[in-house]
Design a protein around this ligand. Structure first.
Ligand code: CTP
Ligand code: MG
Length: 272
């Protein structure tokens, strides 16, 4: 990967401070085992392999000693690998690894991580640890769009299901079914949105500052960072994501992720 000096100095924020309620393991999702490692380690390896970060900043559940130790040992492994590759003459940058306490919402975790970025950071990719198997190619597509001048970039995939809007059924209809269809979204214009999402750092900071005044309902509706940038009226560009970047949310997703790791080709070779 070409990370020439004209490219923005880039950090990758990995948000891993969620509790994993829907996965139901009784532990933070970042710790849940996947293919013999934890979900967080898979996510961090993907970020490191992409080779675009000067800093990897991880938001973990506040004061979690196991995840803190896991990040420290990942940083040590990176240093050891870097010594080997440096000895072989490959000039790959060694990212700094920073760990911060996340917040009670994803957006708060992003803000905590942004506050810990190194001076001089110009661009940031924000990645869900839960998308543990996101391939390098997606990181590269997002980064390349930033290098080409985009201020905000998201990876997307086409929606395969027909998507309808509904409202609760009222009156007599409630005895028939709980919801009534109000419309069908035009599928060819719909995209499912993934991470890593890439931003010019100053723009992302402005977007999060604007969100500081949100009430609880508005704050709960913020499910990604691009939404906040859209509210500023800044164009958000979309590049191709990957199906193996699925967000591990439910037990079924974990089964799929395990299957991808055990597949004959190995997950990082599956595109589309
Ligand atoms: N996240 C975070 N801080 C929070 C909430 C979420 O850093 N307070 C992160 C999660 O760790 C995850 C990503 O945001 O990597 C997407 O969130 P989600 O998939 O909803 O994870 P959880 O919140 O852990 O899961 P659940 O909603 O089922 O509890
Ligand atoms: Mg959540």
């Amino acid at each position: 990967m070409n990370t020439a000096s004209t490219n923005p100095v880039t950090a990758v924020i990995v948000v891993a401070a969620g509790s994993g309620q829907r996965l139901g393991y009784g532990m933070p999702k970042a710790k849940v085992p996947l293919g013999g490692d934890s979900i967080l380690i898979h996510a961090l390896r993907g970020v490191a392999e992409a080779g675009i970060a000067r800093q990897i900043c991880v938001a973990i559940p506040p004061g979690d000693p196991e995840l803190q130790a896991l990040c420290e040992s990942f940083a040590q492994d990176l240093k050891a690998e870097h010594r080997l590759t440096a000895a072989s003459g490959e000039g790959v940058q060694l990212p700094a690894v920073t760990v911060v306490d996340g917040g009670t919402s994803r957006a708060e975790s992003v803000r905590a991580a942004m506050a810990a970025l190194l001076p001089g950071t110009q661009a940031v990719l924000i990645h869900d640890a839960a998308r543990a198997l996101a391939p390098e190619s997606v990181f590269h597509r997002v980064f390349q769009a930033l290098c080409a001048g985009a201020v905000a970039v998201i990876p997307v995939i086409p929606v395969v299901d027909t998507v309808k809007t509904v409202e609760p059924t009222t009156g007599d209809g409630a005895a028939v079914a709980p919801e009534l269809v109000t419309g069908t979204a035009p599928r060819e214009t719909l995209r499912a949105v993934q991470t890593p999402q890439g931003f010019d750092l100053a723009t992302l900071q402005r977007a999060h500052e604007a969100a500081a005044g949100f009430d609880a309902g508005q704050a709960a509706a913020v499910t990604d960072d691009a939404m906040l940038v859209e509210l500023l009226g800044v164009p958000v560009h979309a590049v191709r994501g990957a199906s193996q970047s699925l967000k591990i949310t439910t037990p079924l997703d974990l089964i799929i992720a395990e299957g991808l790791l055990e597949g004959p080709l190995g997950t990082r070779w599956v595109e589309g």
